[in-house]
Ligand binder design. Structure first.
Ligand SMILES: N[C@@H](CCC(=O)N[C@@H](CS)C(=O)NCC(=O)O)C(=O)O
Length: 207
């Protein structure tokens, strides 16, 4: 079995989907959390391909880009699909979740309070509800929305979506009020025994 080291800051954010995949698959790994104060010197070390986090070290290789890392782990551990069309449908969800995440990250990093409020109003007023409604529609197209995004088992798509929900609700607790099937999917995923176990033991972090 390959030995994995997942490096990131001590937050959920862009690494949480990979942590969900590893938890669901029951894989042991090093969950390496780097202090912000150590990052400037770490960044100079040459250890990280794009001088950014997260990264996954495996079998002497270092992978960067959160979606690439999550997809690699999902492929290796049975959370992807066999046919190209289903794989693309999984990617569609994971990639739109990444777009949502980019907006959240920009809001999180914004220091100017007036600009932050403007971003929040725009994202929570229009951008997020529109994409969440589209995700809800996509979910409903598969087994009436009472199963998973693709096929009849959990895939990277469901874990990508669920992993980001905690960041979305932090700023607006009723963000899923018009998306009952998405809200139910989140609950379904949280009840999967290994995900429930991970959520109980994962560090409490602000983001
Ligand atoms: N597209 C990249 C974005 C990576 C990224 O922006 N990483 C941030 C943390 S979320 C980072 O490393 N920031 C520190 C820096 O750039 O020095 C991914 O998904 O991995």
């Amino acid at each position: 079995m390959a030995k994995y080291t997942l490096s990131y800051f001590n937050i959920r954010a862009r690494a949480e989907v990979s942590r969900f995949v590893l938890a669901f698959a029951g894989i042991e790994y090093e969950d390496r959390r780097i202090n912000q104060s150590d990052w400037p010197s770490e960044k100079q070390s040459g250890r990280y391909p794009f001088n950014r986090l997260p990264t996954l070290e495996v079998d002497g290789a270092v992978l960067s880009e959160s979606c690439t890392v999550a997809r690699f782990l999902a492929r290796k551990h049975g959370l992807y699909a066999d046919d190209a069309l289903s794989q693309a449908r999984i990617d569609m969800v994971a990639d739109v979740v990444d777009d949502i995440y980019s907006k959240l990250q920009a809001m999180f990093l914004e220091k100017d309070e007036a600009k932050k409020k403007e971003m929040m109003d725009k994202n929570y007023g229009e951008y997020f509800p529109n994409l969440l409604k589209c995700l809800e529609k996509l979910l409903v197209q598969n087994q009436g929305g009472d199963g998973y995004f693709v096929g009849d088992k959990v895939t990277l798509a469901d874990l990508s979506f669920t992993a980001i929900t905690y960041n979305l609700v932090e700023w607006k607790s009723d963000v899923f009020k018009d998306c009952p099937k998405l809200a139910a999917l989140k609950t379904r995923v949280e009840k999967l025994p290994r995900i429930a176990e991970w959520m109980k033991k994962r560090p409490e972090t602000p983001f």
